[in-house]
Design a protein around this ligand. Structure first.
Ligand SMILES: [Zn+2]
Length: 245
């Protein structure tokens, strides 16, 4: 590990050399390599997280470029995971980038997620979000979620059986898939908050978003932090703390 590269964060009392070692030894899976995911990927690679998996089945299109800076015009038509991996390896050659050229689905979620310490969700649909929620609760994997709709964004951190899960928050009746609008500056705000929560978790710091939903409305420039509540008899997490403890 090149300490000079990380010197500006190692000087933080919450980091130090020990904290940087924790990041070097850690692994994270970023699910979705769109606007949220690609911003997350740059933050996580910059911080020096040692192993970063990327799961996405999509290819790069020109309409991605208003918010997905990891891709260039010449990448149009390429698999997103391959293009993102190439950029991240050039950006930080000390870390291990693992592309998974697939959407996360019920058949592969457990096998892929179980390989990582923590998950960052960066998808644009409730179906994928709930598949990951179910698998992470069963596998006891913490995860951070982010969502965007134009000038509004949300993010939440779930630590299974210590905090409510996304099914407690949203229920299990999923809305139909729809295409949400997105502007890079709002996407970047939410993805940056997701990345900070991941780093706080990996450094064993307090995670202020654990068990909370953070709501950001860029039209009023206001954040609202709302506690998530366990849902009685949640079919996914059981609706109570420490089910497995
Ligand atoms: Zn639940």
């Amino acid at each position: 590990m090149n300490s000079d590269r990380y010197s500006r964060q190692i000087m933080m009392p919450e980091f130090g050399d020990d904290g940087q070692e924790k990041l070097t030894d850690a692994s994270i899976l970023v699910i979705g390599a769109g606007g949220l995911g690609t911003t997350l990927l740059y933050h996580l690679a910059a911080a020096g997280i040692g192993t970063i998996g990327i799961a996405d089945h999509d290819i790069v299109s020109i309409s991605n470029l208003n918010r997905q800076f990891i891709y260039f015009e010449e990448d149009a038509g390429s698999l997103k995971v391959n293009s993102a991996a190439k950029k991240l390896r050039a950006f930080n050659s000390e870390i291990n980038i693992i592309p998974h050229a697939t959407a996360i689905n019920k058949d592969n979620a457990y096998e892929i997620i179980s390989q990582y310490d923590i998950v960052a969700l960066a998808v644009d649909n409730a179906q994928a979000r709930m598949i990951v929620n179910d698998a992470c609760v069963d596998l006891n994997k913490p995860f951070v979620d982010g969502g965007i709709n134009g000038f509004v964004g949300t993010t939440a951190f779930v630590d299974p059986h210590h905090t409510p899960c996304l099914a407690c928050l949203y229920g299990t009746d999923l809305p139909p898939e729809e295409r949400f609008s997105a502007i890079s500056s709002v996407v970047g705000t939410i993805a940056s908050i997701e990345a900070t929560s991941v780093i706080q978790y990996l450094l064993d710091l307090d995670i202020p978003l654990a068990g909370h939903l953070l709501y950001y409305d860029a039209k009023s420039a206001e954040f609202e932090k709302l506690p998530m509540k366990f849902k009685e008899d949640c079919p996914i997490c059981g609706g109570k703390k420490n089910k497995h403890k």
